[in-house]
Design a protein around this ligand. Structure first.
Ligand SMILES: [Zn+2]
Length: 249
C-alpha cells in the first residue's frame, strides 16, 4: 500500500449518450438531491452506478500508476475490470458516494482487497478511521517480514486508535487465541509468495549489476529512484523498495 495523489477529478463522468458533466458537478447535484430522497442507500447506489465507470478508471489508472491500491498487483482494463472501491463504504457514508478522494481502484481478486473488504469499515471504535491514501504515505508506516508478510511498523508514531484501525485493516492478528485475518487480507498466501519473488528479483538484479552483490547506500537509493520513476510502477514496488533500503551490505 502506498500514498497517492488525486489532483484531477474526471472532467466527464456521464455515459456518451448523456450531456457531459464533471465528477464535481455530478457530486454537487447528487448531494443537493440526497436529503430529499426516501431511500438514501438505493439512491446512492443508483447514482454511482449511473456514472461511466470506464471514464473514472481511465483517470484512476494514471493516479495509481496501474497498481491495486491495496496489494500492488497490476491492474488494467479488461475482464474483469478493476473494482472501484469506496474507502468509506457507500452503504455507510452516503455523502461520500461520489467523492473523488473516497474512490480507489482495487484488483478484482476474489479473496483479497476490495472483494474481501466488501462493506467493512476501516475503523477501530467509533471515531478512528484509517486515512485515505491521499492523506497518509502508507509506504512509511507499513513494513515487510523476510518471508513477505506485511505489518504495521511499531517504530512509527501514530495515534493509538489509528494504529488499531490500521492493524485491523491490513495486518493479520489474533482475537484471543484465534487467528484474525485482516480486512483486505494482504497476507493471503498468493500475495506473500509474489512479494518474496519480487524481492528476490531485486536481489538478483543487484547481484548481476554489482560485484559480489554489494552496493553502496547511494547506489541502492539510485535503484530505488529508478523503480519509483517507472510508469507504470512495478508490481509490489513497496517490498522492492523496502528490501533495497535494508539489504545487507
Ligand atoms: Zn489487490
Amino acid at each position: 500500500m502506498r500514498g497517492i495523489s488525486k489532483p484531477r477529478p474526471p472532467t466527464d463522468v456521464r455515459p456518451d449518450c448523456q450531456p457531459s458533466a464533471s465528477l464535481r458537478e455530478a457530486e454537487d447535484e447528487y448531494l443537493t438531491r440526497l436529503p430529499a430522497v426516501p431511500d438514501e442507500a438505493s439512491f446512492a447506489r443508483s447514482e454511482f452506478d449511473g456514472l461511466a465507470k470506464q471514464k473514472l478508471r481511465a483517470v484512476m489508472y494514471r493516479e495509481q500508476h496501474s497498481l491495486c491500491i491495496y496489494c500492488e498487483r497490476r491492474i488494467a482494463e479488461g475482464h474483469p475490470a478493476p473494482r472501484i472501491d469506496h474507502w468509506y463504504p457507500l452503504s455507510r457514508e452516503r455523502r461520500l458516494a461520489l467523492h473523488w478522494r473516497n474512490l480507489y481502484l482495487s484488483c478484482a481478486k476474489s479473496e483479497t482487497c476490495d472483494s474481501a473488504k466488501a462493506d467493512h469499515p476501516f475503523r477501530w471504535g467509533a471515531d478512528s478511521h484509517v486515512p485515505w491514501p491521499v492523506d497518509l504515505r502508507y509506504e512509511d508506516v507499513v513494513g515487510f517480514t523476510s518471508d513477505g508478510r506485511i505489518y504495521v511498523r511499531a517504530d512509527v508514531t501514530m495515534a493509538d486508535a489509528i494504529r488499531r484501525a490500521l492493524e485491523l485493516a491490513i495486518a493479520d492478528g489474533t482475537d484471543g487465541d484465534r487467528p484474525r485475518r485482516s480486512i483486505v487480507n494482504l497476507n493471503h498466501p498468493a500475495l506473500v509468495k509474489a512479494r518474496v519473488a519480487a524481492a528476490r528479483g531485486e536481489r538478483k538484479r543487484m547481484e548481476r549489476d554489482f560485484e559480489n552483490g554489494t552496493a553502496t547506500r547511494n547506489e541502492r537509493e539510485q535503484r530505488v529512484s529508478e523503480l519509483l520513476g517507472r510508469r507504470p510502477l512495478p508490481e509490489f514496488v513497496s517490498i522492492r523498495v523496502w528490501w533495497l533500503r535494508r539489504m545487507p551490505t
